[in-house]
Ligand binder design. Structure first.
Ligand code: ZN
Length: 344
């Protein structure tokens, strides 16, 4: 047995009366010194000791987090091992509360993923059984609801003004949301194109850069569209092509990113009227838009995530920090929000 240095960090929390030392506590409970650990001393001191878990206490890393006692009290009786308790201590309080309501569940496969959500356990398992993706993708895809039908049980954004607001077939803006800081940029068709001020300022920088670097002009054709206008647009598409086809290229009212005032459609005026951009224009955008806080919102190959056909002309302002991460890691906004924004 090695020399053991007793930690006093919890013993000192007592108010000074009846302060016990570790040896007397071990003696009182008739526990061999070989079991001594910070966690064991803690449970003895807090009157949480249960002989049934003597072996487990030795494996549990002592924690000074507020919820340590609660985790020990809740999970040891469910049959969780000391190793499992250590992992549970790393979960968010939300996940711990959800796990508390379940019988013992083996979640060891999920320990390493910080976007793991206890609520989605069954859905992860079902999705994994039917899709050939690694577990990290399974978790993200389920978290962003790819296993559920679109436009059903949708969530309304809490804050439409958030630069990172996610608007897609599972997430709407608050009804009739309208940004309060709309500004205008000269558009392709001698129109004034409304967009949020931050997007306008970033777009102007992008426009200067693309002209300086590859000698072309990119003009906005449309950016902010209010819900009423989106409604007219979508209904026209439905009348022309039917709901199924219209849904692949047009958003239903309330579910259009254009309503955020942060999405902009671009056109190179040197291309014919039925084209938006040349391949080389898109290549530049793809590699450089992030420098100004924009992302390509509907890239090719990600249709199953974004829910839309490739649109190389539709850029979305998200801010420079997010745009760089999305660009560097080849993510969609859906994945970025799940991995970097949502707290589980
Ligand atoms: Zn667009």
């Amino acid at each position: 047995m090695g020399i053991y240095t007793i930690s006093t960090k919890y013993l000192l929390k007592d108010n000074g009366t009846n302060k016990k030392n570790d040896t007397s506590l071990l003696k009182k409970y008739n526990i061999s010194n070989s079991y001594k650990s910070d966690t064991l001393l803690y449970v003895l001191e807090k009157d949480l000791y249960n002989e049934a878990y003597l072996e487990e206490y030795a494996k549990i890393n002592y924690s000074d987090k507020n919820n340590f006692a609660d985790v020990l009290k809740s999970f040891l009786p469910k049959g969780y091992t000391g190793e499992e308790i250590n992992y549970i201590m790393n979960l968010s309080q939300n996940n711990i509360n959800k796990l508390k309501n379940l019988e013992h569940t083996d979640i060891s496969a999920y320990y390493q993923f910080k976007n793991f959500n206890v609520d989605n356990l069954k859905r992860y398992q079902d999705y994994q059984a039917t899709h050939d993706y690694p577990l990290d993708k399974v978790i993200t895809y389920v978290n962003i609801n790819l296993d559920l039908p679109v436009y059903t049980n949708t969530l309304e954004a809490k804050d439409g003004n958030d630069y990172l607001v996610l608007v897609n077939k599972y997430n709407s803006l608050p009804n009739n949301y309208q940004p309060s800081d709309l500004d205008y940029v000269n558009g392709q068709y001698q129109n004034k194109v409304p967009m949020r001020k931050v997007a306008k300022e970033a777009l102007e920088k992008l426009q200067q850069a693309v002209t300086a670097e590859i000698g072309i002009t990119l003009n906005p054709t449309t950016a902010f569209r209010n819900q009423g206008f989106q409604s007219t647009l979508y209904n026209n598409y439905v009348n022309k092509d039917g709901v199924e086809a219209a849904d692949t290229y047009s958003a239903r009212p309330g579910f259009s990113e254009h309503q955020t005032g942060l999405a902009i459609d671009l056109k190179n005026p040197a291309t014919p009227s039925n084209r938006r951009l040349n391949e080389s224009d898109y290549a530049w955008l793809k590699e450089n838009a992030y420098r100004f806080g924009f992302i390509i919102r509907f890239p090719g190959g990600k249709e199953f995530i974004t829910g839309y056909q490739e649109e190389n002309w539709h850029i979305r302002y998200v801010g420079e920090e997010a745009a760089k991460i999305i660009h560097d890691n080849d993510l969609t906004l859906e994945e970025y929000v799940d991995l970097y924004v949502t707290e589980y």
